[in-house]
Design a protein around this ligand. Structure first.
Ligand code: ADP
Ligand code: MG
Length: 398
């Protein structure tokens, strides 16, 4: 199915366009500590400004839980967005109130207005369809077209994401188009060999991803905390490592399925263990069939990293979700670094999904341009890897 794009909306000169962006940035003492999401929204907003549209942007910040709370005001975002666009961004005093209406009505061509936090209104993410629809109708009165570009929220059935798209002629913005095209290319009919690398903390968070991609992948590599449940399923001692005993039977099922389907299921062969979950805990390298009791596995070892590196080198498509170890602690970040390096060096189509995985690649100092795509949406990218239909995407498809 094809996503409707901005071009499909026709000439937007002088027309009012409502845009949903994802500006849910981290703040510390009222200052934005990472403006990546604002930057990711720029291609769409710049294109609309250049097309001389009147641009009304909606976004959320944090969890104000339906209450007006200055702590969650989009004011810092309006300032930063203005700097990045090189033009003033007006911040409405409310979301769909009098000021929002007044400001939207008096916009000049090519001007940008940001509405206050959509989550100041409890109807935004209400479970009640009628409540959300009522709010969406108020949004719709502010503009003539809707552009959905907040990839981080497209898996949510919310008024500013889903309901509004049914009320106005609507299209996907550049960020959403790029995210969807990249994630689909890395999950549906991928160029082969096709590899999937999964890590992170819990198997139970990734069951849907494993089930979907085990049907498609040529190899499936497991690292991170979830690997120890697989190793335990093989009968290995895993000491105090992360272990989900209630998933052992499920994981055994995955191992059988991989065998039946001829999927190369790669588990770690060596691991870095330490007595405690802390940055300075003394690290020892052991083979996975020799894990001592009383210690926990906090990273994959170099032999495993080398095996993964060789697989990545031979692959044409790789989807990666979940760090290989506790990358937040330097002593346990080598496995994640090695996988990121192998992907950066490879010519394959590489997609990194998952909030912590994307953060890992950035904080470990990799050049983002070395990867084909780093997703901006944690939950949304996971649901795409699970093969789910996302409500905020389905409404933009013909
Ligand atoms: P993503 O957000 O990319 O989907 P997750 O949220 O599933 O990833 O997992 C990320 C977290 O997993 C990181 O905070 C990392 O420290 C943790 N992690 C990775 N390996 C281990 C391990 N061996 N033991 C405990 N935690 C781990
Ligand atoms: Mg996470």
């Amino acid at each position: 199915m094809a996503l409707r794009d901005i071009e499909s909306l026709g000439d937007l000169t002088g027309r009012k366009v409502l845009v949903r962006s994802d500006f849910n940035v981290p703040l510390k003492d009222g200052k934005i500590t990472d403006d990546g999401r604002i930057r990711a929204a720029l291609p769409t907003l710049k294109a609309l400004v250049d097309a001389k549209a009147k641009v009304v942007v909606m976004a959320h910040l944090g969890r104000p839980k339906g209450q007006i709370n200055p702590e969650f005001s989009l004011a810092p975002v309006a300032t930063r967005l203005g700097e990045l666009l090189g033009k003033d961004v007006v911040l409405a005093k409310d979301t769909v109130g009098e000021d929002a209406k007044k400001q939207a009505a008096s916009l000049a061509d090519g001007q940008v207005l940001l509405l206050e936090n959509v989550r100041f209104d409890g109807r935004e993410n209400s479970k009640d369809d009628a409540e959300r629809e009522a709010l969406a109708k108020e949004y719709a009165q502010l503009a003539e077209f809707f552009v959905s570009d907040g990839f981080g929220v497209v898996h949510r059935k919310q008024a500013s994401v889903y309901d509004i798209a049914k009320l106005l002629p609507s299209a996907a913005g550049f960020l959403v188009v790029k995210e969807i095209e990249s994630l689909r290319r890395a999950t549906d009919n991928p160029e082969r060999p096709y590899g999937v690398i999964l890590g992170g903390s819990k198997v139970s968070d990734k069951l849907g991803v494993i089930e979907n991609l085990l049907e498609k992948a040529d190899f499936l590599a497991i690292g991170g905390g979830m690997a120890y449940t697989f190793l335990a399923a093989k009968g290995y001692e895993v000491g105090n490592s992360l272990l989900e005993t209630e998933q052992i039977e499920t994981v055994k099922g995955y191992m059988e399925k991989a065998e039946e389907r001829g999927v190369d299921l790669l588990l770690p062969v060596d691991t870095v263990v330490a007595p405690e979950f802390s940055a300075g805990s003394p690290a020892t390298l052991v083979d996975c069939d020799q894990m001592p009791t009383g210690q926990m596995g906090l990273d994959i070892g170099p032999k495993t990293a080398e095996l993964l590196g060789a697989k990545i080198k031979a692959a044409k498509t790789v989807a990666w979700n979940g760090p290989m170890g506790v990358f937040e602690f330097a002593a346990f970040s080598e496995g994640t670094k090695a996988v990121a390096q192998a992907l950066a060096d490879s010519e394959c189509f590489s997609v990194i999904g998952g909030g912590d995985s994307a953060a890992a690649v950035r904080t470990l100092g990799f050049d983002e341009n070395k990867f084909s795509h780093i997703s901006t949406g944690g939950g949304a990218s996971l649901e795409l890897l699970e093969g789910k239909t996302l409500p905020g995407i389905a409404v933009l498809e013909d």
